[in-house]
Design a protein around this ligand. Structure first.
Ligand code: AMP
Length: 117
């Protein structure tokens, strides 16, 4: 079996998937992991992360793979909230900080996303 790449060459989320970095895992299967965001921007803030690494969502070119990712995100979102917002930051100019594709699930506000709680 191939040796895993050195930690410096792997993304933060690969290291979380490998349990080298602790996180609060709310869902995992062979293709995805979902974790609580470490710096939540909403009362519920989860990240849905495909295990197959692409740097940004627009590198996914297979419609099935793209569809499955969004389907998984909606499934996980609905387990945590009736209503929610899905967000993808794409590229540094789009606010992306971790270059391993992920979908943000934001939810849990009392009065919608513009309220403080
Ligand atoms: P983005 O700006 O779309 O790349 O989002 C990256 C997200 O990862 C941010 O919301 C961060 O708060 C979150 N994040 C960074 N490090 C960790 C970590 N160790 N565990 C969980 N979430 C993290």
């Amino acid at each position: 079996m191939d040796k895993p790449a050195p930690a410096a060459q792997r993304t933060l989320f690969e290291r979380i998937i490998a349990r080298e970095i602790p996180s609060k895992v709310v869902y995992e299967d062979e293709n995805y992991i979902a974790i609580k965001d470490i710096a939540p921007k909403a009362p519920i803030h989860l990240l849905v992360i495909p295990k197959r690494v692409t740097a940004r969502v627009d590198e996914i070119t297979d419609p099935l793979e793209m569809g499955r990712l969004w389907l998984k995100a909606t499934e996980i979102a609905r387990e945590h909230a009736a209503d929610y917002r899905l967000v993808v930051n794409c590229g540094a100019g789009g606010g992306q900080m971790v270059f391993h594709t992920h979908i943000h699930i934001l939810a849990g506000w009392k009065d919608g996303p513009d309220s403080d709680t």
